[in-house]
Design a protein around this ligand. Structure first.
Ligand code: GTP
Ligand code: MG
Length: 233
């Protein structure tokens, strides 16, 4: 098997939907999942590059493995559940420290999953009227209002850049790197992965160019003339 050219890692608390997002993207379906044990990866061919995408376990007992999976990562997808604020806090508290082993110029995406479970703002207003209007409230939705807003994710993104001492002007903007997704409906899932692939490919190309410029042509190196050592011959 050819060695992958780049690595992307999904991190985040258990149950936020990391495995489901990856399966939605790679297999175009939303199957039943079981909580991940350890980690697993898919290989994605993007243009002429081979990118590995690693799914990790969110369960606390596997936490120690996280930094191993992040080693050499070109991008990390920090995933939370838009209905559980704690899952966003955990990203900063528990998961950010695991990314120390990633590349120095590693990209970060912050992904709020399960938006399909939240109430559409448009559906809240519009047609819906109270008893005083004489119109019945037409639909009773089982959806709940969103607990975490995109601004919270963008604030975390900016915080991460500061923490990593990355220059905000040189990194992609928060608006580009914070996503709300649904692995169930597929909402924004392709956009998430393909935005990252398009950002990671130039990094791989740059890295290769740097590596090849550092290769020393041994054949062209002349053997230095034998000189007598010592200073007082
Ligand atoms: N409604 C809805 N449910 C989702 C979505 N994504 C995942 N789920 C459900 O959430 C549960 C957990 O999903 P997983 O993908 O296994 O979560 P995980 O983050 O991989 O969890 P760990 O492997 O334990 O870290 C499953 O029951 C999924 O079906 C989504 O976008 N919408
Ligand atoms: Mg999983």
């Amino acid at each position: 098997m050819r060695k992958p050219d780049g690595k992307i890692v999904l991190l985040g608390d258990m149950n936020v939907g990391k495995t489901s997002l990856l399966q939605r993207y790679m297999e175009r379906r939303f199957p039943d999942t079981v909580s991940t044990v350890g980690g697993a990866f898919y290989l994605k061919q993007w243009r002429s590059f081979n990118i590995s995408i690693w799914d990790t376990a969110g369960r606390e007992q596997f936490h120690g493995l996280g930094s191993m999976y992040c080693r050499g990562a070109a991008a990390i997808i920090l995933t939370y559940d838009v209905n559980h604020p704690q899952s966003l806090f955990e990203l900063e508290d528990r998961f950010l420290a695991l990314t120390e082993t990633a590349n120095n110029d590693c990209l970060f995406a912050i992904v709020g999953n399960k938006v399909d479970l939240t109430m559409e703002r448009a559906a809240e207003g519009g047609e819906k009227e109270g008893p005083a209007s004489g119109k019945a409230v037409s639909c009773v939705s089982s959806k709940v209002s969103k607990q975490v807003h995109p601004e919270d994710a963008m604030a975390l993104y900016k915080k991460i850049l500061k923490y990593k001492m990355l220059d905000e002007k040189e990194m992609p903007a928060a608006e580009q790197m914070c996503f709300e997704t649904s692995a169930k409906t597929g909402h924004n899932v392709d956009l998430l992965f393909e935005t990252l692939f398009d950002l990671v490919v130039p990094m791989i190309t740059r890295q290769r160019a740097e590596e090849s410029s550092q290769i020393v042509d041994i054949a062209s190196c002349k053997t230095p003339k034998q000189t007598r050592s010592g200073c007082c011959a």
